[in-house]
Design a protein around this ligand. Structure first.
Ligand code: HPA
Length: 247
């Protein structure tokens, strides 16, 4: 059976409950991924887990080798990817603790190696990115969230910022004017690279703080929201996989 890829972000450097079968150090034409790939079973289904920021969470968002990460998952046989990303909430209904399955994104990041189409490993292709996330995986996540009693927010625009610093209040105002609902630092170029490799990819965003200027001190209670939010994300993934992957 084809394994599902899970990319864990802040608060999910390991997937609690994963029955580990083996770990693989992957090497790709783009270098090494953030961490060894962990193969195992989650809710009885085969998965390949990758810690986006490294095992010790010491790789900053702008320093992640996104190309190696996504390539390694594809080489490991993955065709469908659930990306878990911690985010700040901009829209009023994206309070800390909320899970969001975005349907759009705007990329504000810069200077990241963001494509495989460099004329060497892959020919130039202008991939269609009108809808940046896979509808199939999105629907699957939404269904699983409902089944797990979580009811994630269906849709929303993810703003991918450069980090590692957080945003200014004025930057968040601008993102809101642009139509963004949530803000994170790791959503791109990951989603676009997955599209270039024709992977079915969607994001389960976990709101862990109000974005800058949206109330309170960003770091207050953040750790607690990371814990609660990631526990909810795990329940969602468990429900999704438990329901049985179809391919
Ligand atoms: N901004 C950017 N990235 C984030 C945030 C935020 O407020 N919270 C978690 N990741």
């Amino acid at each position: 059976m084809i394994p599902t890829g899970i990319i864990g972000g802040t608060g999910m450097a390991q997937l609690a409950g994963l029955e580990i079968e083996r770990e693989e150090r992957a090497v790709t034409p783009w270098g090494e991924p953030s961490a060894p790939l962990v193969r195992g079973r989650y809710a009885g289904m085969p998965v390949v887990f990758l810690a986006r920021h490294g095992r010790d969470h010491d790789i900053a968002p702008h320093a992640i080798n996104y190309r190696a990460n996504v390539w390694a998952l594809r080489d490991a046989g993955v065709r469908r990817v659930i990306a878990v990303n911690a985010v700040g909430g901009i829209s009023a209904d994206c309070a800390p603790g909320t899970l969001v399955v975005p349907d759009q994104l705007i990329d504000y990041s810069w200077g990241r190696a963001h494509s495989y189409c460099d004329g060497t490993a892959m020919p130039l292709e202008h991939v269609d990115f009108t809808a940046p996330y896979s509808d199939t995986v999105r629907e699957w996540l939404l269904w699983a969230g409902a089944a797990a009693g979580i009811e994630p927010r269906d849709g929303g625009t993810y703003a991918a910022t450069q980090g590692p610093r957080l945003e200014t209040a004025a930057e968040i105002d601008r993102l809101e004017r642009d139509g963004c609902d949530i803000v994170g630092m790791t959503g791109m170029p990951e989603a676009a690279l997955a599209r270039e490799l024709k992977l079915e990819y969607a994001c389960c965003a976990v709101v862990v703080n109000w974005a800058a200027g949206r109330g309170g001190d960003i770091h207050t209670e953040l750790e607690a929201w990371v814990q609660t939010g990631m526990a909810a994300a795990r329940r969602l993934i468990e429900a999704a996989l438990g329901a049985g992957a179809t391919s």
